[in-house]
Design a protein around this ligand. Structure first.
Ligand SMILES: Nc1ncnc2c1ncn2[C@@H]1O[C@H](COP(=O)(O)OP(=O)(O)OP(=O)(O)O)[C@@H](O)[C@H]1O
Length: 223
């Protein structure tokens, strides 16, 4: 039942003297229902590991696989949603258009995409912002809209890269609540990278990246 499994997965950027090993031989797995925080200092490889799990980066060593999901990347991309740290909305589109876009881009018909977007905006509590241009939103509102976009296709796995990293503590806490409620409602597993111990404390499981190496508490039945 593992959604994503990394077996001795590595990611090196650059070559020769310039090579940077961002992730060294990581072995881990994410199961349905998981709530995982990945902490670690800046540059320790958290984002790179998340991108490997999303399929946004290919490993340069080892294997990343999605046993429960489709072998085809396009179909898999419907089941895996990524929430980024910074602004990720298209500023000239409305909230509603931004939320529907992910569905449209993965081949969902327009009326179905609109219906799903409306449901996701309702879940996340941004329905009142539907007609507003994305570049008029506050940071917290924009991140809630990004969460709505992430859950529009009801993914099996949500990977959030420092989703509260650019927000003040109170707004960040609210966005985290929204994210946890959204994955609860949709039944998705959640992996969050964070520098914030308060955020990490809200998730059931805690992994740590240490200079590209993953420290995962031992669990049975994942690998
Ligand atoms: N596209 C890239 N090209 C070259 N080096 C990269 C690239 N992406 C990441 N790196 C390097 O890989 C290492 C790990 O970076 P990564 O962004 O995964 O760390 P992080 O723990 O997420 O950091 P932060 O908390 O600051 O976001 C760093 O040394 C970084 O400079």
């Amino acid at each position: 039942m593992t959604l994503v499994r990394c077996v001795d997965a590595s990611r090196t950027f650059g070559q020769g003297d310039q090579a940077v090993v961002a992730v060294h031989g990581c072995t881990c797995g994410v199961e349905p229902g998981a709530r995982i925080a990945i902490t670690g200092s800046s540059g320790s490889g958290k984002s790179t590991l998340l991108h490997l799990m999303a399929g946004l980066e290919a490993p340069t060593g080892g294997v990343v696989e999605w046993p429960e999901l489709s072998d085809r990347a396009v179909e898999r991309s419907r089941d895996i949603a990524v929430v980024f740290q910074g602004p990720s909305l298209l500023p000239a589109l409305t909230v509603e258009e931004n939320v529907a876009l992910a569905a449209v881009l993965t081949g969902t018909g327009e009326s179905e995409a609109d219906r799903r977007a409306a449901a996701a905006m309702e879940t996340v509590g941004v329905a009142a912002l539907a007609g507003q241009l994305a570049d008029t939103l506050s940071g917290g509102q924009a991140q809630r809209v990004a969460i709505a976009r992430a859950i529009t296709l009801r993914p099996r796995l949500v990977l959030a890269d420092e989703p509260t990293g650019q927000l003040d503590a109170e707004t960040g806490e609210h966005v985290l609540e929204v994210l946890l409620a959204a994955v609860h409602e949709t039944g998705a597993a959640l992996v969050v990278t964070t520098h914030d111990p308060v955020v990490a404390g809200r998730l059931g499981e805690h992994w740590r990246m240490d200079d590209g190496r993953l420290v995962v508490p031992a669990r049975e039945g994942v690998l």
